[in-house]
Design a protein around this ligand. Structure first.
Ligand SMILES: [Mg+2]
Length: 440
């Protein structure tokens, strides 16, 4: 770090230690468009499961002025006028697509921090500063070719600036074609640009702080960048002081590498042969849930909820199609295979319908947190907790020594009919979405 005093005459935006922030555009909408190209260029919203609020909007909808989290019933008039298409959310699909995007992005840098379902930081330290814009374009092209999702790339010396550069790439304030590298701009250009961006658009500057800042006439990014950091620390917090330093190119927020626990764990697979009965499906779901639980424990995490999904083969257009997911809370966050498998099977019973040929199922663990961050309550059954920890420990060590699946719970089945292929043909990796190699 070293460079600690702020000198506004000299802005450190040289991209000497560049970080990229790659963010998917309108992620949920883009995922839906991959599988339904008819949605391209149409106004589309994705609605939340329970309350029917718009949780994602396509650019066309944004242009109509519909705000995020607007309840659908409030949008109905606008929707009729402009033919807005409303879709219910399919978190299983988004989780799966996210895993694919992140796995490809990990090949672009030795250090990756997955920040959320649709964005990650990449350390570009040591890359030729002149070539970063072209590199950003390669990233965009690769993700588009392999997954079909449009992304924007922001490049700068600190995480806060990289976020802002990404914002600029999206809004087309600066940096054409979805890539913005602040290192390519002179200090005067940067000052001019920052003076056009509202202070509330800065990463970590929430609504309350924004209101307070505006009352103090700190209205733009440039106003905050040139504010006195000591005074701001006294009036706000050390967090805002850090933000100011970061806006001036002084890194204060470290890159959290892959060593940090993941935010979600997805295990899913297309079946070797389609299955229609509940028992076969439930075996597959139990198997995926236990494998996800094993990854979870390896990270030292616990999960607060779990999403189960099942789907028929979308490429057999003449067969009846069925595609459902459900989110099941685990009660107290847990890493216990038995509890997670039970939750998954319970979820499956609520979405399973007779009379369909299922091609794929999967389990997505969500709301992950470090195990030791969970406070035990007075009423927890300590003995039971202890027993569960021991059992899971034994299970993991046996599977480590004897090979995966040596010790499993009975629900995941011994026949595993769904896992077998009818023929020995290799998967159609490039021609069949369903058979793309999956990132786990
Ligand atoms: Mg995004």
């Amino acid at each position: 770090m070293g460079r600690c005093d702020l000198d506004h005459q000299k802005i450190y935006l040289s991209s000497a230690m560049p970080i990229a922030l790659v963010d998917c555009n309108n992620f949920y909408i883009s995922c839906e468009r991959v599988f339904n190209p008819a949605l391209e260029d149409k106004p589309v919203v994705v609605l939340s499961n329970n309350d029917g609020c718009a949780v994602a909007r396509s650019n066309e909808v944004k242009e109509l002025g519909a705000k995020m989290a607007t309840p659908w019933f409030k949008m109905e008039k606008l929707a009729k006028q402009h033919g807005i298409i409303a879709l219910s959310s399919n978190y299983a699909l988004y989780g799966d697509m996210s895993a694919r995007v992140m796995s490809i992005l990990s090949t672009f840098s030795p250090k990756q921090e997955i920040y959320s379902i649709d964005e990650c930081f990449l350390d570009l330290n040591g890359f030729d500063p002149q070539s970063l814009v072209a590199y950003g374009q390669t990233i965009r092209k690769t993700i588009n070719q392999h997954v079909g999702i449009p992304v924007c790339v922001g490049i700068a010396d600190t995480k806060t600036l990289a976020k802002l550069a990404n914002h600029c790439a999206k809004k087309r304030y600066a940096g054409k074609d979805g890539v913005c590298d602040f290192g390519r701009y002179s200090t005067t250009q940067i000052s001019k640009l920052f003076a056009t961006i509202p202070v509330g658009d800065i990463w970590g500057v929430g609504r309350k702080i924004t209101e307070k800042l505006i009352a103090m006439k700190i209205e733009t990014v440039e106003n905050l960048r040139t504010a006195n950091p000591n005074r701001m620390r006294q009036q706000f917090s050390i967090v805002l002081e850090r933000t100011i330093k970061e806006l001036n190119g002084i890194p204060c927020i470290e890159l959290d590498e892959a060593g940090t626990p993941r935010q979600q764990i997805m295990v899913s697979r297309s079946f070797g042969q389609e299955v229609s009965n509940f028992d076969d499906l439930s075996e597959s779901v139990a198997y995926f849930a236990s494998s996800a639980a094993e990854k979870l424990r390896k990270d030292g995490s616990v999960a607060a909820s779990l999403c189960v999904f099942i789907q028929t083969n979308p490429f057999k257009e003449k067969s009846p199609q069925y595609n459902r997911s459900v989110v099941v809370p685990t009660g107290k966050p847990t890493g216990d295979t038995v509890k997670l498998v039970n939750a998954a099977i319970h979820g499956l019973t609520t979405i399973y319908r007779d009379g369909f040929n299922y091609k794929k199922s999967g389990v997505l663990l969500m709301g992950l947190q470090p195990k030791n961050a969970i406070q035990s309550s007075l009423f927890d059954d300590v003995a039971e907790q202890d027993k569960s920890n021991k059992l899971m420990g034994v299970m993991d060590s046996i599977n480590r020594r004897m090979g995966k699946g040596s010790m499993a719970i009975a629900a995941s089945g011994t026949q595993q009919r769904w896992a077998m292929r009818r023929d020995s043909k290799s998967p159609n990796y490039t021609t069949d979405w369903d058979e793309l190699p999956e990132a786990r």
